[in-house]
Design a protein around this ligand. Structure first.
Ligand code: ATP
Ligand code: MG
Length: 145
């Protein structure tokens, strides 16, 4: 696990931007952390790193937002509202884990609960912890390490 200490929303976004620049097709980022931990902020950076200029908002009324137009298409999922294994199973998430795109999932731990088969080698688990008003600790796996 690597650790990144962020002192501002911009720093969190910059970390995501690095990841977006280097992400390859089929990559999946699984984000976990409390409300307001900065998951969506990180996704904004990933989108920017992929060259996506659209404004990124958390998908609240839909399960997924699709951002084309970058180096690779970005699929942004937010599983906050999927509370039970039955809801997760019936949501049809498989179709969003596109081998040709990059997928970022907020509340990814909801999938651990049903034993989701994360793609080996292309999955980066990320845990964000709030450390004061503008501090965040970001722990992440590095599949290349
Ligand atoms: N270092 C930081 N990194 C990221 N966000 C920060 C930081 N410091 C303060 N913030 C603030 O914390 C909030 C993070 O909101 P964001 O929507 O990214 O969280 P989230 O984890 O996606 O929450 P939710 O679970 O509600 O979707 C923003 O208001 C942002 O300005
Ligand atoms: Mg969010």
């Amino acid at each position: 696990m690597a650790t990144f200490i962020s002192h501002s929303p911009a720093a969190t976004e910059a970390l995501g931007e690095q990841w977006g620049r280097t992400a390859g097709p089929g990559w999946v980022f699984g984000l976990s952390g409390d409300l307001g931990a900065g998951k969506t902020q990180l996704v904004r950076g990933i989108a920017r790193g992929l060259g996506i200029t659209a404004r990124v908002h958390s998908p609240t009324f839909t399960l997924v937002n699709h951002y084309p137009g970058g180096r690779l298409p970005l699929f942004h999922l937010d599983l906050y509202r999927l509370e039970t294994p039955a809801q997760i199973h019936s949501a049809g998430l498989d179709e969003f884990l596109q081998p040709d795109g990059v997928t970022v999932i907020e509340w990814a731990e909801r999938l651990d609960a049903i034993g989701w088969p994360w793609p080996p080698g292309r999955f980066r688990r990320v845990q964000l912890e709030i450390a004061g008003e503008s501090g965040r600790q970001i722990f992440y796996e590095d599949p290349d390490a």
